[in-house]
Design a protein around this ligand. Structure first.
Ligand code: HEM
Length: 88
């Protein structure tokens, strides 16, 4: 639930860059997308390009119209605490 959300640094996000343990920042929010990987319409490989990183720029470039906040509601684990640009 919302009460479990916390501030998460990019250093911590970067530790989770594997298919079996994959975190990603989209628009300042940190998501555990490990289970979503199977369902990403663009494929696992595409989504993995932003594994452990800030995927916002890639996300906007590929599908600005997609509502990530809604799709990943259950996957949200916190907010990105620091500078998260220059990642992808
Ligand atoms: C396609 C969701 C991140 C690359 C899609 C589609 C959805 C989606 C719903 C289908 C879009 C449509 O048909 O209109 C998400 C979510 C993301 C995410 C919720 C957040 C984690 C990314 C990232 C990349 C990416 C980081 C990196 C490049 C693509 C590509 C397609 C796609 C290449 C296929 C586009 C096409 O075939 O026309 N994604 N995506 N996505 N996504 Fe993502």
């Amino acid at each position: 639930g919302v009460s479990e959300l916390r501030l998460i640094s990019m250093d911590e996000v970067a530790l989770h860059n594997k298919r079996t343990d994959c975190w990603m920042v989209i628009a300042g929010k940190v998501y555990n997308v490990t289970h979503y990987l199977e369902y990403h319409p663009g494929g696992k490989g595409e989504l993995m390009r932003a594994a452990g990183r800030d995927g916002t720029d890639l996300f906007i470039k590929t599908h600005q119209w997609v509502n990530a906040e809604s799709i990943l509601r259950e996957c949200m684990i916190g907010f990105c605490s620091g500078p998260s640009k220059n990642q992808t």
